[in-house]
Design a protein around this ligand. Structure first.
Ligand code: ATP
Ligand code: MG
Length: 260
């Protein structure tokens, strides 16, 4: 399945990609960066098999913002975890940049996660004793050995400060998580997810723990990063208003895609 360059119609909830004057929507070739075919996943509860994903086919296109929406329990997080190689499907295939990734050995999956995927979740998982800047640098500290990290520290710090500027936290770099709002902590988590320049950001309900205003700010931050970092974003959300701002909405109902 190497359908890397598909021709599709760009759509967006807003009219961002539509031509003015009621003309037909623009048709452009957008490479598909993540492809999922015939994906199945069940969990085992005692002797019971609980089917969660029941034959999912989706394409995620490069530099697009895709949201996955659906009721609680419909399988959104399960699908996102499979896309991020955090879990393996029972059946089906996941391809990333023309390479099958669902069946790779653990170390290769880890390398893809570190290098190509950034992830954010509903809870921010910041280390309370570290400053904002240090929290953003953590993935680099973990991925590099000590000497490589020290050699590149200046470059990493510049990148971290640049990201904190984009997410609007330049004035908070020496604060600790306990001194920040939920929205600020989530924007720190976004900067941390992007420190290693991933090509894809996978986000599981990043606005789920925030009030409407902070959630809107996080969404605006993600949309601006999509442009400045040429980022592909896949975001799970419960919120229809937030989902509609994305380029494409995938709706899951009971483990199947009903709208794509
Ligand atoms: N590790 C697990 N073991 C057993 N069952 C699980 C596990 N993870 C998820 N499930 C079950 O799979 C189904 C789908 O879960 P999932 O977390 O993907 O849903 P979701 O759409 O993300 O829901 P929510 O909107 O509440 O986060 C649920 O019925 C859940 O109970
Ligand atoms: Mg979930």
């Amino acid at each position: 399945m190497s359908d890397a360059a598909q021709t599709k119609t760009l759509q967006r909830g807003s009219s961002k990609n539509q031509q003015a004057g009621g003309k037909a929507p623009l048709r452009v070739a957008v490479p598909s960066v993540l492809s999922v075919s015939d994906l199945y996943k069940s969990y085992h509860k005692g002797r019971l098999d609980v089917p969660v994903l029941k034959g999912i086919d989706i394409q995620i296109h490069e530099a697009e913002f895709t949201t996955i929406i659906g009721q609680s329990g419909s399988g959104k997080s399960t699908l996102l975890h499979l896309l991020g190689t955090l879990d393996a499907p029972d059946k089906g295939e996941i391809w990333f940049q023309e390479r099958r990734i669902d069946n790779l050995p653990p170390r290769q999956k880890e390398r893809i996660r570190n290098r190509d995927f950034g992830m954010i979740f509903q809870f921010y998982h910041l280390l309370p004793e570290l400053t904002t800047l240090e929290n953003v640098l953590i993935p680099r500290m973990v991925q590099d050995n000590f000497f490589a990290y020290m050699r590149n520290k200046k470059k990493y710090t510049e990148r971290a400060k640049e990201l904190l500027d984009i997410v609007g936290l330049s004035h908070r770099i020496n604060h600790r998580p306990s001194e920040m709002s939920g929205g600020e902590m989530q924007r720190t988590a976004i900067a941390r997810a992007l420190i290693s320049k991933p090509s894809i950001l996978l986000a599981d309900e990043p606005t789920g723990n925030l009030d409407e205003e902070s959630g809107g700010e996080v969404m605006n931050t993600l949309m601006s990063l999509q442009q400045t970092e040429n980022l592909t974003i896949v975001m799970v959300t419960h919120d229809n208003a937030i989902a509609d701002k994305a380029d494409r909405v995938i709706r899951l109902v009971d483990g199947k895609v009903t709208h794509c």
